[in-house]
Design a binder for this molecule. Structure first.
Ligand SMILES: C[C@H](CCC[C@@H](C)[C@H]1CC[C@H]2[C@@H]3[C@H](O)C[C@@H]4C[C@H](O)CC[C@]4(C)[C@H]3C[C@H](O)[C@]12C)C(=O)SCCNC(=O)CCNC(=O)[C@H](O)C(C)(C)COP(=O)(O)OP(=O)(O)OC[C@H]1O[C@@H](n2cnc3c(N)ncnc32)[C@H](O)[C@@H]1OP(=O)(O)O
Length: 382
């Protein structure tokens, strides 16, 4: 796999850093998640392929232990509020001094500087601060955050993974590590570059929810079908729009012009009535194999059995039967090989990891007895 041989220490976090760690693990890195001790249940739902060590970082020995792990690793990924790692004596200056090849990734909401850098926050706050949230939502309604996908995962976890891979690539030339300051506000804003940079072509001039790509245009919308499901329409270009009208059995000559913005509400009503006359399966049969850019809005229950996704094996099941998306993109020679075993219990690999990093068994016993580290059995498989 592409990242085979890369060792990552991931400090346990809420959602974005776990996703970043899972991407690295899916593509072959050895990812060791550092959990707290005395925590019953892991909150990491993105733990595929990771190992877990439980270390009490509020002890001097726990901090020394983590330093030793970082000394022999390529990447440390930390998701805490600004200053937390420095308070523990695990800041980048200290760790890079000991291991100059270390890539030290800091994944936060607001970045390592600026007046908000120490504030708590979540996806919705970061998205708001990126400017993007102001553009998301229906006409006349409040801005709406679409799940916690944009800041936490796209602007956060995924962007941070890109930063780590870039730093690993650069290290092959310089031999040096570096610090990554991954701010979810900036990651989300960067993701919005298209919106920023396409303002000059006039496609965002109207209010939120009234433009071509944000729900304003009838040919870029979802429509309910007679069985309560939905179809997605993305027929922007005239040659594709004609195909849409053909599938809907509408005569272009009897309709207002596609780009007549003042007629969009009327066109939208016509399309709404038409889509409501057949089931999702009927519409799929009509539009499949055409260039109308019309697809069913698949639910999580439907998605893996759709013939297209099925042929590509786009979704997979782990050993416990849990379904999830297969890692993307697909690399031809060194594709991801996601782990199919169930997620690790907190501290499941404490002993194994410490042994691998050179701790003697007597030392491990002492650390366990003193509560500096904790070992737990793998979760029972039902
Ligand atoms: C919208 C998303 C998040 C969605 C996640 C949800 C799925 C979950 C969020 C809340 C969960 C529910 C809740 O917990 C209640 C129930 C609990 C129950 O067990 C399960 C059901 C629950 C209902 C549960 C269900 C779900 O899990 C939830 C709904 C996001 O946007 S995530 C993005 C968040 N932002 C960031 O990551 C940016 C960077 N980080 C931060 O800004 C802060 O870390 C953050 C997130 C604001 C949290 O701040 P906090 O004050 O809690 O922590 P920090 O200041 O960072 O300090 C960390 C301290 O921990 C110490 N520490 C770390 N490791 C160790 C260790 N191994 N040993 C000892 N101590 C450790 C560290 O030293 C710090 O200590 P100090 O404070 O003393 O310095």
């Amino acid at each position: 796999m592409a990242l085979a041989g890369v060792r990552v220490i991931e400090l346990a976090g809420l959602a974005p850093a776990p996703f970043c760690g899972m991407i690295l693990a899916d593509f072959g890195a050895k990812v060791i998640r550092v959990d707290r001790t005395k925590v019953g249940m892991a909150m990491d739902t993105q733990a595929r392929g990771k190992l877990s060590v439980a270390i009490n970082l509020k002890t001097t020995k726990g901090v020394a232990l983590l330093r030793k792990l970082c000394l022999q690793s390529d990447v440390v990924l930390e998701p805490y509020r600004k200053g937390v790692m420095e308070k523990l004596g695990l800041g980048p200056q200290e760790l890079l001094k000991e291991n100059p090849r270390l890539i030290y990734a800091r994944l936060t909401g607001y970045g390592q500087s600026g007046p908000y850098s120490s504030a708590a926050g979540h996806d919705i706050n970061y998205l708001a601060m990126s400017g993007l949230l102001s553009r998301l939502g229906r006409s006349g309604e409040r801005p709406h955050a679409p799940l916690n996908l944009l800041a936490d995962f796209a602007g956060g976890g995924l962007t941070c993974a890109l930063g780590i891979v870039l730093a690993l690539l650069e290290r092959t030339k310089s031999g040096k590590g570096q610090i990554i300051d991954a701010s979810m506000v900036e990651g989300a804003a960067y993701l919005g570059s298209f919106v920023w940079k396409s303002r000059s072509v006039g496609i965002w001039e109207r209010s939120r929810g009234e433009n071509m790509l944000d729900g304003g245009a009838p040919f870029y919308e979802t429509y309910q079908t007679s069985d309560g499901k939905y179809m997605a329409v993305g027929a922007m270009e005239p040659q594709f729009y004609i195909q849409l009208l053909k599938g809907l059995e509408l005569d272009a000559g009897e309709l207002p012009p596609q780009m007549s913005i003042s007629d969009w509400p009327e066109l939208s009503r016509i399309f709404t009535d038409r889509f409501a006359s057949k089931t999702q399966a009927d519409w799929s049969t009509i539009f499949d194999g055409t260039d109308a850019c019309v697809t069913p809005v698949l639910s999580f229950d439907q998605v893996s059995s759709h013939p297209h996704n099925q042929e590509r094996a786009s979704f997979m099941k782990n050993s416990g039967g849990e379904e999830s998306p297969r890692p993307a993109p697909v690399l031809s020679r060194t594709p991801a090989e996601p782990c199919l075993a169930s997620d690790p219990a907190i501290g499941e690999h404490t002993v194994e990891v410490l042994e691998e990093y050179g701790f003697a068994s007597a030392e491990i016993k002492q650390l366990l007895a003193a509560g500096v580290v904790e070992r737990n059995a793998a979760k029972a498989k039902l």
